[in-house]
Ligand binder design. Structure first.
Ligand code: PEP
Ligand code: MG
Length: 582
């Protein structure tokens, strides 16, 4: 038996699990090779050919769309280059030859062929040709995505509980974990507020990310401990370590069930000040958590899951059914639906967005919706129809400019008119809000507030855009500071702008789930906090231990600090004082 290895990463979803490793690959560079028996080789080759054909068709469709937009010949030529790669015998015939001789899966061989070709370009003198490696990887990404739909998904049909270990996981991979057989996961990559991390919390799967090399150090024969509370991961633990972590797990479960006793009590301070604690929802399966954890409705319903991991766009009817179910199951409590926030680290194969070098600064969220108004309209129609059934609000993500709100509101007006003419019911007073998650929105919050009914601060993004720290990159995770003075000031400014304009304001980034930060935000005057439902009881417990006056004083003291370490010290002292109180 090999020696026990302890690694430390970023804990993103609380809980402890101990179990056998299942190595799972998502990233192109770390695709898993698996053996294809001789009798299945023809099928494997056909699978590859289908993916290539599908990719070519997609490229032709995108080319047509781009041509229609009249963006210029250079951009259109890129798609021709990609199609040529998919017709090149050095790529296609070579992949087929190797699938047959090496008896390995298509995605693994295809990536290897592309990778070798890309490396051979490094030696070419012509600068123009040398930089074509980007196109090769772009094509590889498309074909592999298309192959993935028929990929032998390791997470399907699992018979026993496993702990998934991967280089990285996309949000749609995490969504496959809903089968209940994944007890935890651990990844090399990933930052504290990546969408994979958010999804882990939603599914209540303990998770640690940013471990650097856990997928290299583990094998399928290993046992592993994942501690999503402290970020510790132990490969091949000793008997002693297993005993210790089993005891910790029991302790965690006990605390969790005790906290559930607070479910029906209000989030109210000792001096009677109340704040709304709502839930963030990533998947429809989670809606029942609202009642389990005693949430005051849904403060952020992310709608991306409808678009991920599928070939076609969700129809209005499908969306309406999903929204209706959520509204009816939490009624009379409110639901804030966010219009689709694709881009960044969430991509939908059915939307032909070209790959971008900086996707978080690219065609994302409201920008994407305004660029593809038909997709936006379909969603708005479904949402407005759902508004007839309960307390529904609609919120736009990543607004960075007034014109975006105006354009989006114009589309809403047109959609309302359409529905009216068709005799379809909707709430004409349905409230419209925006997420404040870009510094430009903070700085113009007073102007934006005049246009909408509410704000919700999305600190996951606001922190990354303010501090210039990628939220999914573990290498800069230590710089991702929710309590950085600049972030705290931005939040304060936004709250003041909202209140001056007479609108309510919530905060729905991950920092709302940290109990002491929640207290500070309450002291700063936030009206509502929205977080993973599982975190609500703990936040409520701390809020019920403090007076509003104390929370205001703490917020004031934090705002006076000049440096992040002083802020952290203050926060820690305050938390331990509160914990010591009965
Ligand atoms: C945020 O940015 O804080 C937010 C809630 O949105 P998302 O995490 O989906 O980007
Ligand atoms: Mg965001």
């Amino acid at each position: 038996m090999s020696k026990s290895k302890l690694l430390k990463g970023i804990p993103v979803s609380a809980g402890i699990a101990i179990g056998p490793v299942l190595l799972y690959s998502y990233d192109m560079k770390h695709l898993q090779a698996y053996f294809v028996p001789f009798v299945d080789i023809d099928k494997e080759v056909q699978r590859f050919k289908n993916a290539v054909e599908k990719s070519k068709q997609q490229l032709k469709d995108i080319k047509k769309m781009v041509e229609a937009e009249k963006v210029g010949d250079r951009d259109v030529a890129i798609f021709d280059t990609h199609i040529l790669v998919l017709e090149d015998p050095m790529v296609i015939d070579e992949t087929i030859r190797r699938i047959c001789t090496e008896q390995k899966n298509a995605e693994y061989i295809f990536y290897d062929v592309i990778d070798k070709l890309a490396h051979s370009l490094e030696r070419v003198k012509d600068e123009h040709i040398r930089t074509r490696w980007i196109d090769l990887y772009d094509v590889a990404h498309r074909v592999i995505t298309n192959l993935k739909e028929t990929y032998h998904n390791l997470l399907e049909g699992l018979k026993q509980e496993v702990i998934v270990v991967a280089y990285d996981l996309g949000p749609s991979d995490t969504a496959h974990m809903i089968n209940g057989k994944v007890a935890a996961f651990a990844t090399d990559r990933g930052g504290p507020t990546s969408h994979t991390a958010i999804m882990a919390k939603a599914l209540e799967i303990p998770a640690v990310v940013g471990l650097d090399n856990v997928s290299i150090l583990s094998t399928n024969a290993d046992k592993i401990i994942v501690d999503g509370i402290t970020g510790v991961v132990i490969i091949n633990p000793t008997e002693q370590e297993i005993k210790e972590y089993e005891a910790r797990r029991r302790e965690f479960e006990k605390k969790k069930s005790l906290l559930l006793k607070l479910k029906d009590l209000p989030a109210q301070t000792l001096d009677g000040y109340s704040i709304e604690l709502a839930a963030n929802v990533e998947l429809p399966e989670e809606v029942h958590h609202i009642n389990i954890y005693g949430a005051d409705g849904i403060g952020l319903y992310r709608t991306e899951f409808l678009y991920l991991d599928r070939d076609s766009l969700p129809s209005e009817e499908r969306q309406f059914e999903v929204y209706k179910k959520a509204v009816l199951s939490v009624a009379p409590k409110p639901v804030v639906f966010r219009t689709v926030d694709l881009g960044g680290d969430k991509f939908a194969s059915a939307i032909p967005v070209p790959q971008e070098l900086n996707p978080f600064l690219g065609v994302r969220a409201i920008r994407l919706c305004l660029e593809y108004p038909d997709i936006f309209r379909t969603q708005l129609r479904a949402l407005l129809r759902a508004s007839a059934l309960g307390d529904v609000s609609v919120m736009f993500p990543m607004v960075s400019d007034l014109s975006e709100i105006r354009k989006a509101k114009d589309i809403i007006q047109e959609v309302k008119e359409e529905l009216r003419q068709e005799g379809k019911e909707f709430n004409p007073e349905c409230k419209i809000g925006i997420m404040i998650e870009v510094p430009s929105a903070v700085m113009t919050a007073d102007i934006l507030a005049r246009e909408v009914d509410f704000f919700s601060i999305g600190t996951n993004d606001l922190i990354q855009y303010t501090l210039a720290v990628d939220r999914i990159n573990e290498k800069v995770a230590h710089l991702y500071q929710p309590l950085h003075p600049s972030v705290i000031r931005m939040i304060k400014m936004t709250i003041e702008s909202a209140h001056r304009a007479g609108i309510w304001i919530s905060l729905c980034g991950e920092m709302a789930a940290n109990p002491i930060i929640a207290v500070i935000l309450m002291g700063m005057g936030i009206d509502k906090l929205s977080m993973a439902a599982v975190n609500i009881p703990e936040v409520k417990r701390i809020i019920r231990k403090i007076t509003f006056k104390q929370a205001q004083q703490l917020a004031e003291a934090i705002l006076q600090q000049e440096d992040i370490n002083a802020i952290k010290n203050l926060v820690e002292t305050q938390l331990s004082e509160l914990e010591n109180k009965l």
